[in-house]
Design a protein around this ligand. Structure first.
Ligand SMILES: Cc1ncc(COP(=O)(O)O)c(C=O)c1O
Length: 471
């Protein structure tokens, strides 16, 4: 391995000091970081002042862009008023109470009516871990201690802590981490593009997905299965949009065996899909809903777990018996991120975020398809609202992806950087889009112009490599 560069640049200091998440740690010692210094609107700027449009809002995060002064001021005001307090042993404070109220007012329909209570955590992973523990706890309260298994989906993403990482259905999160834990299972990914059979309608494919789920439940024993976790759209798994009728068919099976549904709305919450919640776009009526990221436009870390009345009653009964609900984070409901989240939701209302996403999202989806549907290097173009993906493909007719060793996705990301775009390559060389929700039609056009050039650059590079293969 080459030694780290000598000198005091941010890159050299990064290489010497930082252990990065989701990075090839050895390659990073040679490649170094991209150091981002500041942001404005839908753009970020590196340490040399070069501008990039952030096509995924960081990590599906900065919904209000990278320089919203009102969010800054909300944090400053709260820091002055009450910079920290906690929620253990019944302690409370106004920002946490108000944010819980606002979330319940905006929550989608839940199984059995409406959401009843909100628990706060700091990240999507913590929120999903919390949901798993709540489900186990509630099942103990309901006198069925054997009903504890959790079903996720192949290509699903629910985080990386030990339990949420077990619900996640991606190889990189399991391999060498000794995950998933026993008691976690994964049903098939609803990718109609890859798994649909010749002549099979989307509805028939959805029914097949539900039949597969039922087979798994019957094989394991319905009395042992507690819950299923599902993102309305699988985000980090490559933006897999559910086929028609999917959640109706899935929920029918879950209800038949009294299995709870957790909607993981960490990416899809707060208008991303053109409704306030992805659950509304795809007719999900979850028992538990998890959200994060756009909740505070990610200016400060905060996540939330909403539970319906039935789950809350189970938690309440057991905690009363034991004497406490023995779960919670020091920073659960921290007043400063809560104040930023309140301001974020207030701004969403003021700018009619749902109306805006519907309008610019329709333009984004139409342009994505018009420009890339027929491109020889692109298989499926998919998405809804302001979330989308194009999938790079080696053989369009056969729907055959590139061999991972070709690194088509990572190469595109590198070329995009040179063209002033930050892109994200995911499973099967799917390039995801999830720009800040405040993006305009003009900015969408600019982003897609640059992306079109990038895909053409990639085509040239791959052709060159085919003539003179790189070692
Ligand atoms: C759907 C979903 N759930 C959970 C998570 C995990 O969130 P975090 O990285 O904040 O732990 C993510 C992160 O991208 C996500 O997309």
């Amino acid at each position: 391995m080459t030694p780290p560069p000598i000198g005091n640049s941010a890159a050299a200091r990064d290489i010497a000091a930082v252990l990065h998440p989701y990075t090839d740690l050895k390659a990073h010692q040679e490649n170094g970081p991209l150091v981002i210094a500041r942001g404005k609107g839908v753009r970020v700027f590196d340490e040399n002042g070069k501008a990039y449009i952030e096509t995924v809002a960081g990590l599906w995060c900065a919904a209000l862009g990278f320089d919203n002064e009102r969010l800054v001021q909300a944090a400053v005001r709260q820091m002055r008023e009450l910079p920290f307090y906690h929620a253990f042993t019944g302690r409370s404070h106004e920002p946490m109470i108000r944010l819980a109220e606002m979330l319940l007012e905006r929550a989608p329909a839940a199984n059995g009516g409406r959401m009843s209570k909100v628990f706060f955590a700091n990240s999507g992973s913590e929120a999903n871990d919390t949901a798993i523990k709540m489900i186990w706890y509630a099942n103990n309260a309901w006198g069925r201690p054997q009903k504890k298994k959790i079903i996720g989906r192949v290509r699903g993403y629910h985080g990386i802590t030990i339990a949420s990482g077990s619900a996640t259905g991606q190889v990189a999160n399991h391999k060498a981490f000794d995950l998933p834990l026993p008691g976690f299972f994964h049903t098939m990914c609803p990718s109609y593009y890859h798994a649909g059979l010749p002549g099979e309608s989307e509805e028939a494919f959805s029914q097949r997905c539900a039949d597969e789920l039922e087979k798994l439940i019957l094989a394991e024993g319905p009395d042992t299965i507690a819950a299923m976790f599902a993102e309305p759209i699988q985000g980090a798994g490559g933006v897999v949009v559910p086929p028609k009728g999917y959640f109706a068919a899935i929920q029918k099976v879950l209800r038949k065996y009294d299995i709870l549904l957790v909607a993981d709305e960490v990416i899809t919450g707060f208008a991303r899909t053109g409704n306030y919640w992805g659950s509304q776009t795809y007719d999900m009526e979850p028992d538990i809903l998890v959200c994060a990221k756009a909740l505070s436009s990610s200016y400060l870390p905060i996540s939330a777990v909403m539970v319906n009345q039935r789950v809350f009653d189970g938690l309440a009964a057991k905690s009363h018996e034991i004497g406490t609900f023995g779960h919670g984070f020091t920073y659960s409901g921290h007043p400063v991120p809560a104040a930023v989240a309140i301001e974020t939701l207030t701004i969403y209302d003021e700018i009619d975020i749902v109306g805006h996403v519907r309008e610019v999202g329709a333009h984004f989806q139409a342009e994505l398809r018009r420009r890339f549907q027929d491109h020889p290097l692109i298989g499926e173009v998919r998405g809804i609202g302001l979330i989308g993906a194009v999938e790079l493909i080696e053989d369009k007719a056969a729907r055959k992806n590139f061999d991972p060793s070709r690194k088509a996705g990572p190469k595109l990301v590198k070329l995009a950087e040179a063209n002033g775009l930050i892109c994200r390559a995911m499973v099967l060389d799917s390039i995801g889009f999830s720009p800040p929700l405040i993006i305009t039609k003009e900015e969408i056009n600019e982003m897609l112009d640059l992306f079109e050039k990038t895909v053409d650059d990639l085509a040239v590079q791959l052709r060159r490599e085919a003539i003179a293969p790189v070692a």
